[in-house]
Design a protein around this ligand. Structure first.
Ligand SMILES: N[C@@H](CC(=O)c1ccccc1NC=O)C(=O)O
Ligand SMILES: [Zn+2]
Ligand SMILES: [Zn+2]
Length: 208
């Protein structure tokens, strides 16, 4: 059984949002100290690497991560290449066949150096949300840290997607994947009260 890992590695030095909590993993209680086991300690922002947002991230009254339907994060997904654009809206997607698609992954290839937080990314325009909803899409995944421009404070794409009942998966690694149909598995952790969760995202090719 082949699995394609589309998660970004989490390690000390992993890029994070400017001003946000740095990622840190360390053995805080070692085998030498306790005579038995190494015990790790993790500090990170939830919006590091490959992660899902819950609506509470951008709406104080929004649902938390454990309120979301897990079914959204597992099942058929289509990956399409939309690279070479500064933004992606309904017009850019019109040429693609999206019939029957529930989960759509967009490869923008705009996060060019994975070792650094990007200065600029391909973002989603607000008109994408009603368009995706009209196609029956419930989850959108991107290969960048945000669906909005990095300097956006109003977060039009986040709010628009949320109000059209479309869930957000960010920070995927898609450069090594061929566009097409796969089974996506990207389950959030049961972080009660949280504004999102890191995920291990994988694609399973359909074998015929
Ligand atoms: N909306 C982005 C995160 C984001 O905007 C952000 C994450 C951490 C620290 C600051 C952030 N935005 C600040 O304006 C995301 O969903 O990952
Ligand atoms: Zn996020
Ligand atoms: Zn987000």
């Amino acid at each position: 059984m082949t699995l394609i890992d589309i998660s970004r590695p989490l390690m000390n030095g992993t890029p994070t949002w400017p001003g946000d909590t740095a990622f840190n993993y360390e053995v805080s209680w070692s085998k030498e100290q306790n005579g038995s086991v190494n015990v790790g300690k993790l500090t990170m922002s939830i919006h590091t690497g490959t992660h899902v947002d819950s609506p509470f991230h951008f709406d104080n009254d929004g649902r938390k991560i454990t309120d979301l339907d897990l079914q959204l994060y597992i099942g058929s997904a289509r990956m399409i290449d939309v690279s070479g654009r500064s933004s992606v809206g309904a017009e850019d997607l019109a040429a693609f066949d999206l019939d029957g698609v529930t989960r759509l992954l967009l490869r923008t290839s705009s996060w060019t150096n994975p070792d650094e937080f990007p200065a600029q990314i391909t973002y989603l325009r607000a008109d994408i949300a009603p368009f995706l909803q009209s196609k029956g899409i419930r989850l959108i995944g991107v290969d960048v840290p945000s669906v909005d421009p990095l300097d956006s404070k109003e977060l039009a794409a986040h709010h628009g997607l949320h109000s059209h009942d479309i869930h957000i998966l960010e920070g995927l690694a898609l450069d090594h994947v061929a566009p097409g149909d796969y089974e996506l598995i990207a389950l959030p952790l049961p972080l009660v009260e949280a504004d999102g969760s890191p995920v291990r995202a994988v694609l399973r090719p359909y074998t015929t």
